[in-house]
Design a protein around this ligand. Sequence first.
Ligand code: DAT
Ligand code: MG
Length: 151
Amino acid sequence: DVKERTLIAIKPDGVQRRLVGQIIQRFEQRGFKLVGLKMLQASQDILSEHYCDLRTKPFYSSLLRYMSSGPLVVMVWEGHNVVQTSRTMVGSTNPAEAQAGTVRGDFSIHVSRNVIHASDSVEGAQKEIQLWFQSKDLLDWDCWDQTSTSE
Ligand code: DAT
Ligand code: MG
């Protein structure tokens, strides 16, 4: 599905470390299309919804504190198989296990500061996109190289 979408978020440590440009560049270079982008400091409410599946984990409260500690850059990327391909580009949850060449494998060393979020399934992505974006803020734009330029 060429219209598949996923939610990618650069976490507060990624923003603090000035990794925003390099991360966006990887997704553009791979061939995905940016359809939504915003910067915000997340509330506990939105984060508890976002991470509702993890609420019984021992690291849950420190995860929410970290995720709300500074600005996030939240994005929606679109393209063929984007959910699975971006999980591969992001790398394993624990940076110690993440391959070199992945975002986490190249930029992080500890699971509690792993730089980036990516949705883990198509259904999960749809829920997360609805949680973080209003549909009017997602742009369904045409690539010029796929559009006739003759008037
Ligand atoms: P992912 O972000 O790869 O989808 P996840 O959904 O299992 O991983 O967990 C969400 C985030 O929670 C993860 O990016 C970092 C944090 N986390 C996961 N396991 C952790 C652990 N054992 N200790 C500390 N933080 C952890
Ligand atoms: Mg996850």
